[in-house]
Design a protein around this ligand. Structure first.
Ligand code: SAT
Ligand code: MN
Length: 590
């Protein structure tokens, strides 16, 4: 019987530009075969079967985790490699002090030698994809060429991949060219290169996460931030969440936190029982593309279609939605295994690991059973709190932007910027303790403006100016907040319970937006009056609320001095308006 598939033209015939590029890459990399991805479920199943046969994927307990699989990466390839990630612009100053830079000619030459013949004996996969709803004028397309079927499986979940994306490209859309090979997985021969002026990415030597799923950080943040600047919008490292109040009205927030600081948890938060009538709806958990709308508001789409989330710590208390979401049709990477082949990770209350993330008999002396940066890949539609508005072509209107970091001290639970311009300074001042999401030391505080330090594809000085320019175009700009869920007391204990209880802080923001909640003026911005936070049913340690909502001027003077020193690295690219905001803050601090 003839099926529709038989009447479809071969993918290779759809776009001459894509076909020509694939031809060039094929000559360079010498693959055994070329596979154009249709993006169908049958194709994903066939790839999964192939990987199960070759032993690259392991099946998980089919009763408890139907449709779930385990992938173990090379032990030296477990996180993003910021020190091997480059922005290759003609002028070094355009990349800025926030990026590693390489001359584009030199970078291309270097990568050409690495890619030469690298796919012999391998299949070259062509993955056309669309970031954002396929019919959205705000979406952007790309094509990833990769020799890793595991990467293909991830891309099929994380993006709208396949024929529809290629058809969109064929209709004349520009597309980002992403070339990826796992190479020999040798950290000495590993580079993630970005050519924003050419809308191109070249990644070699890693098969993990943001290094290899090129639609994610490489395209949707580094290249897109560059595109966004020239087109008048913002590509940000933000979750998008809708909060429906007991009256049934939904307001949307976009929140920027560094990697592994709880974006996924906040995006799928479960309201505490003592705040009845609230509902949380997830639009995105990692990336937001924000566009000024004709109505003067800021509108957001989530360019992704799935989650690549941190596994450890996920349990019914911290994130019941995620816990349930990842019980079927989920690809696990680098988790541990129980005796009956269930995935296991630190933070679970039940089960016992027998094999660690490397597949060795579990020995606590060798560290955690699951890798701290072990991940789940799962379709966003598996999320019980998934919002159908994730598919809205124009996105959702944003009532407030929230910046946050992981800070033991200094930053209070929440404060509100005075206006957009001050909010840009608040975002630029973000600092956070490092996490396992990137290779390197964990727990050291570093500057991470707008949570974009690893992801901004151009000079931060120009980026802040662009933020100021976008704000100037908004007749009804969102309010801007800073939060810190991670404050600790002198004994190192968290002062705030976090997770679902964070809703109490978010509802205060919405009350502020509606002009209903009062706040206290402070040198750094508006702080909630303690009685304005809805703390019904919550027990806080004695003195905790006071500690969470007061600022220590001595520490803040030092913070402002540190910030001034940091901002001075940007020299003449630093917007004078930002410096003026800092000076005003310093004067208020006295
Ligand atoms: O590896 S990823 O870059 O996708 C995860 C993260 O750092 O947020
Ligand atoms: Mn992220």
């Amino acid at each position: 019987m003839a099926t529709a598939a038989h009447t479809l033209s071969p993918l290779a015939d759809l776009s001459r530009a894509v076909a020509e590029w694939v031809g060039t890459v094929r000559e360079l990399t010498q693959p055994r075969a070329v596979h154009w991805c249709e993006g169908t479920e049958a194709e994903a199943r066939q790839l999964t079967t192939q990987l199960l046969r070759s032993g690259e994927l392991g099946a998980l307990n089919a009763d408890q985790f139907p449709g779930c699989h385990l992938y173990r990466s090379a032990p030296n390839d477990v996180a993003r490699v910021e020190h091997l990630t480059y922005i290759c612009t003609r002028s070094q100053e355009d990349a800025g002090p926030n990026n590693h830079w390489m001359d584009p000619q030199q970078a291309h030459a270097k990568m050409r030698e690495l890619f030469r013949g690298c796919m012999r004996e391998r299949t070259l996969y062509v993955v056309p994809y669309c970031m954002g709803p396929s019919d959205s004028p705000l979406a952007r397309c790309g094509v990833e060429i990769t020799d890793s079927p595991y990467v293909v499986l991830n891309m099929l979940v994380m993006t709208r991949a396949g024929r529809a994306a290629l058809e969109r490209i064929a209709r004349g859309d520009s597309f980002v060219r992403g070339l990826h090979s796992i190479g020999e997985l040798d950290p000495e021969r590993r580079f993630i290169m970005h050519f924003p002026e050419e809308l191109a990415i070249e990644s070699f030597g890693s098969g993990y996460g943001g290094n290899a799923l090129l639609g994610k950080k490489c395209h949707a943040l580094r290249i897109a931030s560059w595109q966004a600047r020239s087109e008048g919008w913002l590509a940000e490292h933000m979750l998008i969440v809708g909060l429906q109040n007991p009256r049934g009205e939904t307001h949307y927030l976009a929140c920027a936190f560094p990697s592994a600081c709880g974006k996924t948890n906040l995006a799928m938060l479960i309201p505490p029982g003592s705040l009845p009538g609230w509902r949380v709806l997830t639009v995105g958990d990692d990336i937001a593309w924000l566009h000024p709308g004709e109505d003067g508001r800021l509108w957001a789409i989530n360019p992704e279609a799935g989650y690549f989330g941190v596994v450890p710590g996920t349990n019914p208390r911290t994130n019941r939605n995620a816990y349930e979401m990842i019980r079927r049709d989920t690809l696990f990477t680098n988790v541990a295994l129980t005796a009956d082949s269930q995935p296991w990770w630190e933070g679970l209350d039940s089960g016992k690991p027998v094999l660690d993330w490397q597949g060795r008999p579990y020995d606590p002396a060798r560290g955690p059973a699951a890798h701290p940066n072990s991940r789940f890949t799962v379709s966003a539609r598996r999320n019980p709190s998934w919002s159908p508005h994730s598919e809205d072509a124009q996105g959702v209107p944003i009532a407030a932007l929230v910046f946050g970091g992981r800070r033991r001290e200094v930053a209070p639970l929440v404060y509100e910027a005075r206006d957009w311009r001050h909010g840009v300074l608040v975002g630029a001042s973000l600092a956070s303790e490092t996490t396992a999401a990137a290779v390197g030391q964990v727990g050291v505080t570093r500057r991470d403006p707008m949570a974009m330090q690893p992801f901004c594809g151009y000079n931060f000085g120009d980026y802040w100016q662009h933020w100021l320019d976008v704000g100037a175009r908004l007749a009804r700009p969102p309010r801007i907040y800073h939060v810190n869920w991670f404050r600790r007391d002198a004994q190192g204990r968290f002062l705030w319970p976090g997770y679902g209880e964070n809703l109490r802080v978010l509802t205060w923001m919405l009350e502020r937006c509606a002009g209903r909640a009062a706040a206290v003026d402070s040198p750094i911005g508006w702080l909630p009056r303690p009685q304005e936070l809805d703390l019904r049913g919550l027990e806080l340690g004695s003195g905790a609320l006071e500690a969470l909502l007061t600022i220590d001027r001595t520490l803040w003077r030092k913070e402002a001095a540190d910030l001034r020193e940091y901002l001075s690295c940007y020299g003449s690219r630093l917007p004078p308006a930002l410096l003026a905001e800092l000076t005003a803050t310093e004067q208020r601090l006295g």
